[in-house]
Write a protein that binds this ligand. Structure first.
Ligand code: PLP
Length: 370
Protein backbone atom coordinates (compact mmCIF):
# COMPACT_ATOMS: atom_id res chain seq x y z
CA UNK A 1 0.00 0.00 0.00
CA UNK A 2 2.91 2.33 -0.70
CA UNK A 3 3.32 2.37 -4.48
CA UNK A 4 3.93 6.13 -4.46
CA UNK A 5 7.12 5.58 -2.48
CA UNK A 6 8.41 3.22 -5.13
CA UNK A 7 7.48 0.18 -7.22
CA UNK A 8 9.05 -3.16 -8.07
CA UNK A 9 10.68 -3.52 -11.48
CA UNK A 10 8.39 -5.56 -13.73
CA UNK A 11 9.67 -8.85 -15.12
CA UNK A 12 9.08 -7.71 -18.68
CA UNK A 13 11.12 -4.56 -17.93
CA UNK A 14 13.98 -6.65 -16.49
CA UNK A 15 13.91 -8.98 -19.54
CA UNK A 16 14.09 -6.00 -21.90
CA UNK A 17 17.03 -4.50 -19.97
CA UNK A 18 19.07 -7.72 -19.55
CA UNK A 19 20.89 -7.90 -22.93
CA UNK A 20 22.18 -4.36 -22.47
CA UNK A 21 24.22 -5.31 -19.39
CA UNK A 22 26.46 -8.00 -20.88
CA UNK A 23 25.61 -8.61 -24.53
CA UNK A 24 25.11 -5.18 -26.09
CA UNK A 25 27.12 -3.15 -23.59
CA UNK A 26 28.80 -0.83 -26.09
CA UNK A 27 29.12 2.87 -25.44
CA UNK A 28 26.51 4.53 -27.68
CA UNK A 29 29.05 7.25 -28.56
CA UNK A 30 31.61 4.76 -29.96
CA UNK A 31 31.93 4.56 -33.72
CA UNK A 32 32.32 0.79 -34.25
CA UNK A 33 29.34 -1.30 -35.31
CA UNK A 34 29.13 -3.25 -32.01
CA UNK A 35 28.03 -0.04 -30.28
CA UNK A 36 25.29 0.56 -32.82
CA UNK A 37 22.99 -1.71 -30.78
CA UNK A 38 23.27 0.66 -27.84
CA UNK A 39 22.81 3.74 -30.01
CA UNK A 40 19.72 2.21 -31.64
CA UNK A 41 18.28 1.24 -28.23
CA UNK A 42 18.81 4.81 -27.01
CA UNK A 43 17.10 6.30 -30.06
CA UNK A 44 14.22 3.82 -29.87
CA UNK A 45 13.65 4.54 -26.17
CA UNK A 46 13.53 8.26 -26.86
CA UNK A 47 11.09 7.73 -29.74
CA UNK A 48 8.80 5.50 -27.65
CA UNK A 49 8.63 7.96 -24.76
CA UNK A 50 8.24 10.97 -27.05
CA UNK A 51 5.33 9.19 -28.77
CA UNK A 52 3.56 8.68 -25.42
CA UNK A 53 4.23 12.25 -24.21
CA UNK A 54 3.35 13.68 -27.64
CA UNK A 55 6.61 15.56 -28.15
CA UNK A 56 9.67 15.34 -30.38
CA UNK A 57 12.29 12.74 -29.49
CA UNK A 58 15.02 15.41 -29.25
CA UNK A 59 12.99 17.02 -26.47
CA UNK A 60 13.50 13.99 -24.18
CA UNK A 61 16.55 14.04 -21.87
CA UNK A 62 17.48 11.15 -19.59
CA UNK A 63 18.53 12.01 -16.03
CA UNK A 64 19.24 10.13 -12.81
CA UNK A 65 15.66 10.56 -11.56
CA UNK A 66 12.94 12.97 -10.50
CA UNK A 67 15.19 14.92 -8.15
CA UNK A 68 17.76 15.69 -10.84
CA UNK A 69 15.06 16.57 -13.37
CA UNK A 70 13.45 19.01 -10.90
CA UNK A 71 16.79 20.57 -9.97
CA UNK A 72 17.85 20.93 -13.59
CA UNK A 73 14.52 22.44 -14.62
CA UNK A 74 14.60 25.08 -11.88
CA UNK A 75 18.27 25.93 -11.57
CA UNK A 76 18.93 25.58 -15.31
CA UNK A 77 16.14 27.95 -16.37
CA UNK A 78 16.82 30.40 -13.54
CA UNK A 79 20.48 30.75 -14.56
CA UNK A 80 19.78 30.91 -18.29
CA UNK A 81 17.08 33.57 -17.93
CA UNK A 82 18.45 35.71 -15.10
CA UNK A 83 18.96 38.71 -17.38
CA UNK A 84 15.18 38.73 -17.97
CA UNK A 85 14.28 38.60 -14.29
CA UNK A 86 14.80 36.96 -10.93
CA UNK A 87 11.26 36.06 -9.90
CA UNK A 88 9.99 32.48 -9.74
CA UNK A 89 6.57 31.16 -8.69
CA UNK A 90 5.91 27.75 -7.18
CA UNK A 91 3.54 26.28 -4.58
CA UNK A 92 3.76 25.48 -0.88
CA UNK A 93 3.00 21.79 -1.51
CA UNK A 94 5.82 20.85 -3.90
CA UNK A 95 8.19 17.96 -3.27
CA UNK A 96 11.46 18.86 -1.52
CA UNK A 97 13.28 18.36 -4.82
CA UNK A 98 11.57 21.61 -5.87
CA UNK A 99 11.40 23.40 -2.51
CA UNK A 100 15.08 22.89 -1.69
CA UNK A 101 16.15 23.87 -5.22
CA UNK A 102 14.12 27.07 -4.63
CA UNK A 103 15.91 27.61 -1.32
CA UNK A 104 19.22 27.37 -3.15
CA UNK A 105 18.01 29.84 -5.78
CA UNK A 106 16.93 32.25 -3.01
CA UNK A 107 20.47 32.09 -1.65
CA UNK A 108 21.63 33.14 -5.13
CA UNK A 109 19.43 36.25 -5.20
CA UNK A 110 16.27 34.89 -6.85
CA UNK A 111 12.89 35.76 -5.33
CA UNK A 112 10.36 32.98 -4.94
CA UNK A 113 6.60 33.31 -4.45
CA UNK A 114 5.02 30.24 -2.85
CA UNK A 115 1.36 30.00 -3.87
CA UNK A 116 -0.95 28.76 -1.11
CA UNK A 117 -3.50 26.01 -1.75
CA UNK A 118 -7.08 25.50 -0.59
CA UNK A 119 -8.35 22.78 1.76
CA UNK A 120 -8.23 20.23 -1.10
CA UNK A 121 -4.71 21.18 -2.12
CA UNK A 122 -5.65 23.16 -5.23
CA UNK A 123 -3.91 26.37 -6.26
CA UNK A 124 -6.03 29.39 -7.20
CA UNK A 125 -5.75 30.64 -10.77
CA UNK A 126 -6.54 34.17 -9.57
CA UNK A 127 -3.76 34.04 -6.99
CA UNK A 128 -1.38 32.82 -9.69
CA UNK A 129 -2.39 35.69 -12.02
CA UNK A 130 -1.92 38.22 -9.20
CA UNK A 131 1.52 36.90 -8.32
CA UNK A 132 2.90 37.25 -11.87
CA UNK A 133 5.34 40.17 -12.12
CA UNK A 134 7.22 41.82 -14.98
CA UNK A 135 10.36 39.97 -13.87
CA UNK A 136 8.73 36.52 -13.49
CA UNK A 137 10.80 34.07 -15.52
CA UNK A 138 9.57 30.68 -14.36
CA UNK A 139 6.57 28.95 -12.77
CA UNK A 140 6.81 25.42 -11.36
CA UNK A 141 3.62 23.67 -10.28
CA UNK A 142 3.34 19.93 -9.72
CA UNK A 143 0.94 17.93 -11.92
CA UNK A 144 -0.31 15.94 -8.93
CA UNK A 145 0.66 15.96 -5.28
CA UNK A 146 2.59 13.02 -3.84
CA UNK A 147 0.87 13.03 -0.44
CA UNK A 148 -2.79 13.86 -1.04
CA UNK A 149 -3.07 13.12 -4.76
CA UNK A 150 -4.54 16.51 -5.74
CA UNK A 151 -4.42 17.10 -9.51
CA UNK A 152 -3.58 20.73 -10.34
CA UNK A 153 -5.11 22.63 -13.30
CA UNK A 154 -1.89 22.39 -15.33
CA UNK A 155 -3.17 23.05 -18.82
CA UNK A 156 -5.11 26.17 -17.67
CA UNK A 157 -2.00 27.49 -15.92
CA UNK A 158 0.10 26.71 -19.00
CA UNK A 159 -2.26 28.67 -21.25
CA UNK A 160 -1.94 31.79 -19.07
CA UNK A 161 1.85 31.52 -18.91
CA UNK A 162 2.20 30.92 -22.65
CA UNK A 163 0.45 34.25 -23.35
CA UNK A 164 2.87 35.97 -20.98
CA UNK A 165 5.93 34.19 -22.34
CA UNK A 166 6.85 32.74 -18.93
CA UNK A 167 8.55 29.33 -18.76
CA UNK A 168 6.35 26.63 -17.18
CA UNK A 169 7.71 23.52 -15.48
CA UNK A 170 5.66 20.73 -13.95
CA UNK A 171 6.80 17.92 -11.65
CA UNK A 172 4.86 14.94 -13.01
CA UNK A 173 6.70 12.31 -10.94
CA UNK A 174 3.53 11.13 -9.19
CA UNK A 175 1.24 11.69 -12.15
CA UNK A 176 3.08 9.48 -14.61
CA UNK A 177 1.25 6.24 -15.22
CA UNK A 178 -1.89 7.56 -13.53
CA UNK A 179 -2.68 10.41 -15.92
CA UNK A 180 -2.31 10.94 -19.66
CA UNK A 181 0.66 13.28 -19.99
CA UNK A 182 0.37 15.04 -23.33
CA UNK A 183 2.84 17.91 -23.02
CA UNK A 184 1.20 19.82 -25.84
CA UNK A 185 -2.29 19.74 -24.23
CA UNK A 186 -0.68 20.52 -20.85
CA UNK A 187 1.00 23.65 -22.29
CA UNK A 188 4.23 22.94 -20.40
CA UNK A 189 7.80 23.79 -21.41
CA UNK A 190 9.48 21.40 -18.98
CA UNK A 191 8.25 18.24 -17.30
CA UNK A 192 9.97 15.92 -14.77
CA UNK A 193 9.32 12.18 -14.62
CA UNK A 194 10.91 9.38 -12.60
CA UNK A 195 11.26 5.70 -13.53
CA UNK A 196 10.83 4.02 -10.15
CA UNK A 197 7.21 5.11 -9.75
CA UNK A 198 6.24 3.20 -12.90
CA UNK A 199 7.95 -0.18 -12.46
CA UNK A 200 11.34 0.84 -13.92
CA UNK A 201 14.51 0.92 -11.78
CA UNK A 202 15.43 3.64 -9.32
CA UNK A 203 18.01 6.10 -10.63
CA UNK A 204 16.52 6.88 -14.04
CA UNK A 205 14.33 9.84 -14.92
CA UNK A 206 13.36 12.16 -17.72
CA UNK A 207 13.28 15.87 -18.25
CA UNK A 208 11.13 16.95 -21.18
CA UNK A 209 12.48 20.23 -22.53
CA UNK A 210 10.39 21.93 -25.20
CA UNK A 211 12.48 23.02 -28.15
CA UNK A 212 13.53 26.66 -27.78
CA UNK A 213 13.38 26.72 -23.97
CA UNK A 214 16.41 28.57 -22.58
CA UNK A 215 18.07 26.30 -20.01
CA UNK A 216 21.65 26.00 -18.72
CA UNK A 217 23.34 22.70 -17.96
CA UNK A 218 23.33 21.22 -14.49
CA UNK A 219 26.01 18.71 -15.49
CA UNK A 220 28.97 19.50 -17.75
CA UNK A 221 31.12 17.03 -19.64
CA UNK A 222 31.10 15.36 -23.04
CA UNK A 223 28.68 15.79 -25.91
CA UNK A 224 26.12 13.18 -24.81
CA UNK A 225 22.47 14.23 -25.05
CA UNK A 226 23.50 17.12 -27.32
CA UNK A 227 25.92 18.44 -24.71
CA UNK A 228 23.03 19.43 -22.43
CA UNK A 229 23.24 16.49 -20.02
CA UNK A 230 26.66 14.92 -20.28
CA UNK A 231 27.71 11.49 -19.10
CA UNK A 232 27.64 8.10 -20.85
CA UNK A 233 24.00 7.16 -21.13
CA UNK A 234 22.71 4.39 -18.84
CA UNK A 235 21.39 2.26 -21.68
CA UNK A 236 19.89 -0.65 -19.65
CA UNK A 237 17.91 1.76 -17.46
CA UNK A 238 16.88 3.90 -20.42
CA UNK A 239 15.60 0.74 -22.14
CA UNK A 240 13.87 -0.09 -18.84
CA UNK A 241 12.03 3.21 -18.44
CA UNK A 242 10.94 3.07 -22.06
CA UNK A 243 9.54 -0.46 -21.62
CA UNK A 244 7.81 0.64 -18.39
CA UNK A 245 6.15 3.53 -20.27
CA UNK A 246 4.95 1.07 -22.92
CA UNK A 247 3.50 -1.33 -20.36
CA UNK A 248 1.86 1.29 -18.15
CA UNK A 249 0.34 3.30 -21.01
CA UNK A 250 -0.58 0.11 -22.88
CA UNK A 251 -3.06 -0.77 -20.14
CA UNK A 252 -3.74 2.79 -18.98
CA UNK A 253 -7.55 2.99 -19.28
CA UNK A 254 -8.26 -0.43 -17.80
CA UNK A 255 -5.78 -0.09 -14.95
CA UNK A 256 -6.66 3.48 -13.89
CA UNK A 257 -10.38 2.57 -13.83
CA UNK A 258 -9.59 -0.52 -11.74
CA UNK A 259 -7.46 1.47 -9.32
CA UNK A 260 -10.08 4.23 -9.03
CA UNK A 261 -12.64 1.61 -8.04
CA UNK A 262 -10.32 0.14 -5.38
CA UNK A 263 -9.42 3.63 -4.15
CA UNK A 264 -13.07 4.53 -3.71
CA UNK A 265 -13.92 1.24 -1.95
CA UNK A 266 -11.03 1.94 0.44
CA UNK A 267 -12.16 5.53 1.09
CA UNK A 268 -15.83 4.58 1.58
CA UNK A 269 -14.94 1.80 4.01
CA UNK A 270 -12.36 3.88 5.90
CA UNK A 271 -14.81 6.74 6.40
CA UNK A 272 -17.11 4.33 8.25
CA UNK A 273 -14.42 3.94 10.95
CA UNK A 274 -14.66 6.29 13.96
CA UNK A 275 -13.00 9.74 13.70
CA UNK A 276 -11.56 9.15 10.25
CA UNK A 277 -11.35 11.97 7.70
CA UNK A 278 -10.10 12.03 4.12
CA UNK A 279 -7.26 14.43 3.33
CA UNK A 280 -7.43 15.88 -0.19
CA UNK A 281 -10.25 15.85 -2.76
CA UNK A 282 -12.57 13.05 -3.89
CA UNK A 283 -13.27 11.97 -7.46
CA UNK A 284 -11.63 13.28 -10.61
CA UNK A 285 -9.46 15.86 -8.85
CA UNK A 286 -7.57 13.03 -7.08
CA UNK A 287 -4.95 10.62 -8.42
CA UNK A 288 -6.47 7.21 -9.10
CA UNK A 289 -4.11 5.46 -6.68
CA UNK A 290 -4.02 7.79 -3.66
CA UNK A 291 -5.79 7.57 -0.29
CA UNK A 292 -4.74 9.82 2.60
CA UNK A 293 -6.56 9.51 5.91
CA UNK A 294 -6.50 11.45 9.14
CA UNK A 295 -7.15 9.26 12.22
CA UNK A 296 -8.17 12.05 14.56
CA UNK A 297 -6.59 11.74 18.01
CA UNK A 298 -4.41 8.76 17.03
CA UNK A 299 -0.68 8.65 16.37
CA UNK A 300 0.05 8.08 12.66
CA UNK A 301 3.45 6.54 13.39
CA UNK A 302 1.82 4.10 15.81
CA UNK A 303 -0.72 3.08 13.17
CA UNK A 304 2.11 2.58 10.67
CA UNK A 305 4.04 0.33 13.06
CA UNK A 306 0.94 -1.75 13.73
CA UNK A 307 0.19 -1.98 10.01
CA UNK A 308 3.78 -3.04 9.40
CA UNK A 309 3.37 -5.84 11.95
CA UNK A 310 0.30 -6.94 9.99
CA UNK A 311 2.37 -6.96 6.79
CA UNK A 312 1.01 -3.70 5.36
CA UNK A 313 3.39 -0.98 4.15
CA UNK A 314 2.07 2.58 4.21
CA UNK A 315 3.50 6.01 4.74
CA UNK A 316 2.94 8.72 7.35
CA UNK A 317 2.07 12.41 7.24
CA UNK A 318 5.27 13.36 8.96
CA UNK A 319 8.98 13.12 8.37
CA UNK A 320 12.04 13.01 10.54
CA UNK A 321 13.72 16.36 10.18
CA UNK A 322 16.76 17.35 12.27
CA UNK A 323 16.02 14.58 14.76
CA UNK A 324 12.42 15.64 15.41
CA UNK A 325 9.21 14.31 13.90
CA UNK A 326 7.86 17.20 11.84
CA UNK A 327 4.33 17.23 10.39
CA UNK A 328 4.05 17.16 6.61
CA UNK A 329 4.26 20.61 4.95
CA UNK A 330 1.54 19.47 2.53
CA UNK A 331 -0.95 18.56 5.24
CA UNK A 332 -0.35 21.78 7.18
CA UNK A 333 -0.66 23.74 3.90
CA UNK A 334 -4.21 22.39 3.42
CA UNK A 335 -5.09 23.57 6.91
CA UNK A 336 -4.53 20.53 9.11
CA UNK A 337 -3.26 21.18 12.63
CA UNK A 338 0.17 19.75 13.47
CA UNK A 339 -1.59 17.09 15.53
CA UNK A 340 -3.92 16.07 12.68
CA UNK A 341 -1.01 15.97 10.24
CA UNK A 342 0.80 13.62 12.61
CA UNK A 343 -2.37 11.49 12.79
CA UNK A 344 -2.44 11.01 9.02
CA UNK A 345 -1.45 7.99 6.93
CA UNK A 346 -1.03 7.70 3.15
CA UNK A 347 -2.00 4.53 1.29
CA UNK A 348 -1.12 4.25 -2.40
CA UNK A 349 -2.12 1.38 -4.62
CA UNK A 350 -0.79 -0.02 -7.88
CA UNK A 351 -0.81 -2.66 -10.56
CA UNK A 352 -0.75 -5.62 -8.17
CA UNK A 353 -3.14 -4.33 -5.50
CA UNK A 354 -6.26 -6.50 -5.26
CA UNK A 355 -9.67 -6.03 -3.65
CA UNK A 356 -8.53 -8.59 -1.03
CA UNK A 357 -5.59 -6.34 -0.16
CA UNK A 358 -8.01 -3.45 0.37
CA UNK A 359 -10.32 -5.54 2.56
CA UNK A 360 -7.40 -6.91 4.55
CA UNK A 361 -6.02 -3.40 5.18
CA UNK A 362 -9.43 -2.08 6.25
CA UNK A 363 -9.89 -5.01 8.65
CA UNK A 364 -6.44 -4.47 10.13
CA UNK A 365 -7.10 -0.73 10.49
CA UNK A 366 -10.32 -1.55 12.30
CA UNK A 367 -8.46 -3.82 14.76
CA UNK A 368 -5.63 -1.32 15.26
CA UNK A 369 -8.03 1.55 15.98
CA UNK A 370 -9.87 -0.59 18.55
N1 PLP B 1 8.83 14.78 -7.12
C1 PLP B 1 7.83 14.10 -6.55
C2 PLP B 1 6.45 14.67 -6.59
C3 PLP B 1 8.07 12.89 -5.91
O1 PLP B 1 7.06 12.23 -5.33
C4 PLP B 1 9.40 12.37 -5.90
C5 PLP B 1 9.70 11.11 -5.21
O2 PLP B 1 8.96 10.60 -4.40
C6 PLP B 1 10.42 13.11 -6.53
C7 PLP B 1 10.09 14.30 -7.13
C8 PLP B 1 11.83 12.61 -6.55
O3 PLP B 1 11.99 11.58 -7.48
P1 PLP B 1 13.24 10.57 -7.40
O4 PLP B 1 12.99 9.68 -6.24
O5 PLP B 1 13.23 9.85 -8.70
O6 PLP B 1 14.47 11.41 -7.24
Amino acid sequence: MDYSATTMVLNEVIEEMKPYFDEFYGNPSSVYSFSMKSKIALDEARNTIAGILNCKSEEIFFTSGGTESDNWALIGTAIANKEKGKHIITTTIEHHAILNACKFLESQGFEITYLPVDAEGLISIDALKESIRKDTILVSIMTANNEIGTIEPISEVGKILKEKNIIFHTDAVQAVGHMKLDVSCMNVDLMSVSGHKIYAPKGIGILYIKRGTKISNLIYGGQQQRGKRSGTENIPYIVGISKAFEVVYGEFERETERQKRLRDIFIDEALKLPNVKLNGPRGEKRLSNNINLCFNGKDGEGILINLDMAGVCASSGSACSAGAIEPSHVLTAIGLSRADAKSSVRFTIGKFTTEEDINYTINKLCEILK
